[in-house]
Design a protein around this ligand. Structure first.
Ligand code: PMP
Length: 393
C-alpha cells in the first residue's frame, strides 16, 4: 500500500530553513520563516506566558479531558479579545483548535458540510496553506486580485472588480490584518467597501486573524473583523495565538462562527462534531495559558506591554529598512516597506534576484521576495539594503 504513495512537494519555507542551517558563511541572514525574533535573534517565551506556566504548574491538579469545544473560559476570553462585544453573544459559536491552521481547516470543513458547491475566494497571493488546504478538501476555489506589485499597496480596484463576481453563498477568505505574504492591508474606508461588496453578493467572509497585535495594535488589528462581524449575517473567524502570545508550538487557536441566534445550537453542535471527528479534544496547555493571561489583570497588562514592544520593534525596523533602501537604491521604490504592517513585506524582486541575494549575500528570503521583518536587527538592516541594491544593478 505505502508503495503507491507519491512524493509530496517539499515545503519551500522548510527547505529554506534547511539551506540556511547548512550555510557555513558568517553573517548569514534568515528572513524566511514567520517567527518573531527579538533584536538578539531569539524567539523568547513572553513574560506573562512564563508566569502563567509557573502558576499553572503550581495549581493544576489533573490532566483529565477538558471540553470538546475547548474550555468555555478560553473561548469566552478569545471571543472578547477578538470581538469585544461587537456581536450579541447568542449569535456566537466557537471551538478551540490546534493553532490557527486547525481553525482554518475546521472552517473549510464546516463550509464544505454546509455549502458543498460554494466557491472559496482567495487573495492572490495568500498564505500557501490556504491554497493547499482548500485544494486538499476538494473545495472549488477562485482567486481575487489583491496586491499591486508596482506600488506595494493593495490593488483595491482589482480586488473590488473581482469581488463583484462573487456569488451568493460563496466564501471570501480575508486576512483580518497583517496580510501574509504581502504586508499590504486595506485601509478602514476600503474595509467598509469590502464589507459592502460581500453583503451585496450575499457571501460569507472567512477571516483569518493570525497576527492581532502585530500591526497597528490589538484593537485596530481587530477593527475590520469587528466591522464585518457586526454588519453581516454570517461570519467565520479563524484566529491564532501562535504569534501574539509567542506560543507557536503549543498549537492554540479558535474558530468562531457567527450566525442567527436561532441557529447557534446547531452550529455549535457541528463545530463540536468536527473536533470530535478530527482529533477529539483540542490541545489545552496553550489555551489555558492564554485564558490565565486574559483573565488576570496584571498578567494581561504585562502581556499587552510586551506585545506592544514586539510591534514597535517591527515598526522601527520597517522605518529603518525603508530609509536604508532609499539611501542605497537612490529611489523611493521601497517606501511601501514602512507602510506595510505585520511580520512580512513582499519586496517585489524577481526569483533570480532572490536567488542572488542568497548566493552572493547569504540573505535568505522566500522566492516570492517575502521577507520576515522580525528577522532583521539594526546591524543587518544596512547589510540587507546594500545587498538589495546590489542585486538590482
Ligand atoms: N494564517 C496565516 C495567514 C498565517 O500566516 C499563519 C501562520 N503562519 C496561520 C494562519 C496559522 O498559524 P498557526 O497554525 O501556527 O497558529
Amino acid at each position: 500500500m505505502l508503495t503507491a504513495l507519491k512524493p509530496q512537494p517539499a515545503d519551500k519555507i522548510l527547505q529554506l530553513i534547511q539551506m540556511f542551517r547548512e550555510d557555513p558563511r558568517d553573517g548569514k541572514i534568515d528572513l524566511g520563516v514567520g517567527v518573531y525574533k527579538d533584536p538578539t535573534g531569539l524567539t523568547p517565551v513572553m513574560r506573562a506566558v512564563k508566569a502563567a506556566e509557573k502558576r499553572l504548574w503550581e495549581t493544576e491538579t489533573t490532566k483529565t479531558y477538558t471540553g470538546l469545544a475547548g474550555e468555555p473560559a478560553y473561548n469566552a476570553a478569545m471571543v472578547e479579545l477578538i470581538l469585544a462585544g461587537a456581536v450579541a453573544a447568542d449569535r456566537v459559536a466557537s471551538v478551540a483548535t490546534p493553532g490557527g491552521t486547525g481553525a482554518v481547516r475546521q472552517a473549510l470543513e464546516l463550509i464544505r458540510m454546509a455549502a458543498p458547491g460554494a466557491t472559496v475566494w482567495i487573495s492572490n497571493p495568500t498564505w500557501p496553506n490556504h491554497l493547499t488546504i482548500v485544494k486538499y478538501l476538494g473545495i472549488p476555489m477562485q482567486e481575487y486580485r489583491y496586491f499591486d506589485a508596482a506600488t506595494g499597496a493593495v490593488d483595491f480596484d482589482g480586488m473590488m472588480a473581482d469581488l463583484a463576481q462573487v456569488k451568493a453563498g460563496d466564501v471570501v477568505l480575508l486576512h483580518g490584518c497583517c496580510h501574509n505574504p504581502t504586508g499590504a492591508n486595506p485601509n478602514p474606508v476600503q474595509w467598509l467597501a469590502i464589507c459592502e461588496a460581500i453583503a451585496k453578493a450575499g457571501a460569507v467572509p472567512l477571516i483569518d486573524l493570525a497576527y492581532q497585535g502585530f500591526g497597528d495594535g490589538l484593537e485596530m488589528d481587530a477593527a475590520a473583523t469587528r466591522l464585518l462581524a457586526s454588519k453581516l449575517p454570517e461570519v467565520l473567524i479563524a484566529a491564532s495565538c501562535s504569534k501574539n502570545f509567542g506560543i507557536y508550538r503549543e498549537r492554540t487557536g479558535i474558530l468562531i462562527a457567527i450566525g442567527e441566534a436561532s441557529g447557534r445550537v446547531v452550529t455549535q453542535g457541528n463545530l463540536n462534531f468536527l473536533n470530535r471527528q478530527n482529533f477529539s479534544f483540542p490541545p489545552d496547555h496553550g489555551a489555558r495559558l492564554v485564558t490565565m493571561i486574559l483573565d488576570d489583570e496584571a498578567l494581561c497588562a504585562d502581556w499587552k506591554a510586551e506585545l506592544e514592544e514586539v510591534r514597535l520593534n517591527m515598526l522601527t525596523l520597517r522605518q529603518l529598512l525603508a530609509e536604508a533602501l532609499r539611501a542605497e537604491t537612490g529611489s523611493d521604490r521601497f517606501g511601501f516597506v514602512a507602510e506595510h504592517r505585520g511580520m512580512f513585506s513582499r519586496l517585489g524582486l524577481t526569483p533570480e534576484q532572490v536567488e542572488k541575494l542568497r548566493t552572493d549575500h547569504a540573505v535568505y528570503m522566500v522566492g516570492d521576495s517575502r521577507l520576515n521583518i522580525a528577522g532583521l536587527n539594526r546591524t543587518t538592516v544596512p547589510v540587507l539594503a546594500r545587498a538589495v541594491a546590489d542585486v538590482l544593478r
